[in-house]
Design a protein around this ligand. Structure first.
Ligand SMILES: NC(=O)c1ccc[n+]([C@@H]2O[C@H](COP(=O)([O-])OP(=O)(O)OC[C@H]3O[C@@H](n4cnc5c(N)ncnc54)[C@H](OP(=O)(O)O)[C@@H]3O)[C@@H](O)[C@H]2O)c1
Length: 260
């Protein structure tokens, strides 16, 4: 599977026009991975933004996610058909189960069928811990291609990254900018000054150098552009050692470890 090194996140983009415009700016900037979900309520804006950008559909790695309320076997395919219609496309590159909630095993079987039918190129999961992945790998016919999890300099999750690497599962890092907060840490400022970059760019580059795919979200054109400008430098061993100290295991989203 080929997947871009960085993607564009769309959670909490509620306004339709803002969604269309942000996705268009992201694609014009060079992002080729767009991440949405049924629960975000913006699949139609994402679809319109893709059309408005003029970027060919086949050049874009489009992801959506089945919401937990649609995990019943009879709801997965119809809800996905609605997603396709809103997204104005006849396939997605990646379809994820949004959270490891009850019903996920049955829902995974439905994803395998969609994959077989060809309307979904790759299937994967989100917010899965090692325990949830162990469980899935023991029973699935098609292995997940991706696990999308909260991951950033304050929640580095090296064991999960290593586990996924061992099983050929790509890791996508969500909330890589910690919602725009906590960029003022002296270590981030220090490393940013050394590379003539911003702390936000250091946070995103750290995700890439840790072997993951960051999905920064922004509706601000300048930020959309600067968040993408992280492919022309690399963090060295000294930077990585310094940033390792920031790993305080802090979550800003729900903790999937608490999910049965
Ligand atoms: N699978 C899941 O359960 C899950 C959960 C959460 C997120 N995600 C995905 O991951 C994506 C990213 O995560 P996220 O939206 O939670 O958080 P994020 O990308 O860490 O942060 C987004 C926030 O940071 C601000 N921001 C963006 N770039 C900035 C910069 N350069 N400097 C300062 N502030 C900046 C944005 O403001 P403006 O927009 O105002 O510029 C926005 O408020 C989501 O959009 C979604 O696609 C998935």
């Amino acid at each position: 599977m080929k997947i871009p090194q960085i993607g564009f996140g769309t959670w909490r983009i509620k306004d339709h026009n803002e969604g269309v415009e942000s996705v268009k700016v992201a694609l014009e900037t060079g992002y080729r991975l767009i991440d949405t979900a049924q629960i975000y309520g913006n699949e139609a804006a994402v679809g319109e933004g893709i059309k408005a950008s003029g970027v060919p559909r086949e050049d874009i790695y489009l992801t959506t996610k089945i919401w937990t309320g649609n995990f019943s076997p009879e709801l997965v395919a119809p809800s996905f058909a609605e997603s396709l219609e809103k997204l104005r496309t006849d396939y997605v590159d990646l379809l994820l189960l949004h959270w490891p909630r009850p019903g996920r095993h049955e829902a995974w079987i439905e994803l395998e069928k969609l994959h077989q039918a060809g309307t979904v190129k790759h299937i994967g999961v989100s917010n899965y811990t090692i325990r949830h992945l162990d469980e899935l790998l023991a029973s699935c016919k098609v292995k997940p291609a991706v696990n999308q999890v909260e991951l950033h300099v304050y929640l580095q999750q090296p064991e999960l990254i290593q586990y996924c690497k061992n099983h050929d599962i790509a890791v996508e890092a969500y909330s890589p900018l910690v919602h725009g907060a906590r960029m003022d840490h002296p270590v981030l400022k220090d490393v940013a000054a050394k590379h003539d970059k911003t702390p936000a760019q250091i946070m995103l580059r750290w995700c890439i150098d840790a072997g993951t795919i960051p999905l920064p979200k922004s509706v601000t054109p300048d930020r959309i552009r600067s968040n993408f400008d992280v492919l022309d430098f690399q963090l060295d061993d000294e930077d990585m050692v310094k940033i390792k100290q920031l790993n305080t295991h802090e979550r800003i989203n729900d903790d999937p470890n608490t999910m049965a």
